[in-house]
Ligand binder design. Sequence first.
Ligand code: C2E
Ligand code: MG
Ligand code: MG
Ligand code: MG
Length: 284
Amino acid sequence: QAKGAGRDTLRFYDPRMQAAVSARAAMELDMRVGLAQGQFELYYQPQIEHGRITGAEALLRWRHPQQGFISPAQFIPMAEESGLILPLGEWVLQAACRRLAQWSQQPGLAELDLAVNVSPRQFHQGGFVPQVLAALAGSGADGHRLKLELTEGLLLEDVEDTIEKMGQLRGYGVGFSLDDFGTGYSSLAYLKRLPLDQLKIDQSFVRDVLTDPNDAAIARTVVALATSLGLRVIAEGVETEAQREFLARSHCHAWQGFLLSPPLAVAEFEALVRRINAAGRPQA
Ligand code: C2E
Ligand code: MG
Ligand code: MG
Ligand code: MG
C-alpha cells in the first residue's frame, strides 16, 4: 500500500487477487441461488456397528448447474466466511430432521440415527438451539435419533457457550460427537467438561494404521481415552478389511468408510440398509 494513500482508497492492484475476489463473490451468489433453487442435497454414509448399519452421517452435496458437482471441502469454508452457512446449515438441519421423521415410519429404517455436521459459526450464532428444536418440532423427528458432529475448533471458541448449548439440546435427547478427533487442539481438561457421547477417530490416523506404528498407537489411545471417559468411539475413513479388523481388535465401537460404502443418495442408502441389516450379523 502506497504511503499516504489512506484507508478509504485501499485497492487490490494484483490482477490475480482481483480475479480470486470476484470468483469468490460469484460463488457466493451462486450458493444463494442454489439454495433457493434446490441444488443442495444430503447424501448418507452408513455407520456400522457389529456388522449392522445403525445410522448415517449426512453429507452435503451441491450440484451446480454449470460446474457440476462441487465438494463441501470447497464450499463449506466459503459459506463459513460469507455467513451463508447460517441459511445453509439451517436447511441441512431441516432436511435431516425430515429424513429422520420419514425413516421413523418405515420398518427397517426406524432405528437409524442421523449425524449432522455443524460448523462453528452456525453453532455459536444466537439462535442455534431454537433452530434445532424448530427442525425437530416441525418435522416430528425424535431428538434421540439426531447426533450433531462438532469440531475441536468449535468447542474451544467459546467453551461456556458450547457447554450451555450442548446441555440444552441434550435435554431433548440430541447426542454429540467430536469429529476429526486428534487433528485439533482440544485439551483433555475441556474434553472432560464437555457433555459428549462419542469421539470420531480422524481418517488421517486410520489411513496408515497398519503400517505406521504411531498412527496405530494414536488409534488405540483414542479408544482407550474414549472408553475411560465413558464415551463411544467411531472410526472414519475405513477403506480396507485389514483396517476394520485392526479397529475391531482395538475395541473401537463403530466405523464408517468406503469399505462398506461412500456417501449415497437416499434411495441407494435405504436399499443398502435393507440388504445389509436383513443379512443378519455377519461380522464385527
Ligand atoms: P467430515 O465430517 O470429516 O466427513 C468425512 C469426509 O470423509 C466426507 O467427505 C466423506 O465423504 C469422506 N469419506 C468417507 N469415507 C471415506 C473413506 O473411506 N475414505 C476417504 N478418503 N474419505 C472418506 P465430504 O463428504 O467431501 O465432506 C467433507 C467435509 O465437509 C466433512 O468432513 C465436513 O467437515 C464438511 N461437511 C459436509 N457436509 C456438511 C454439512 O452439512 N455441514 C457442515 N457444516 N459441514 C459439512
Ligand atoms: Mg463429520
Ligand atoms: Mg470427520
Ligand atoms: Mg475428516
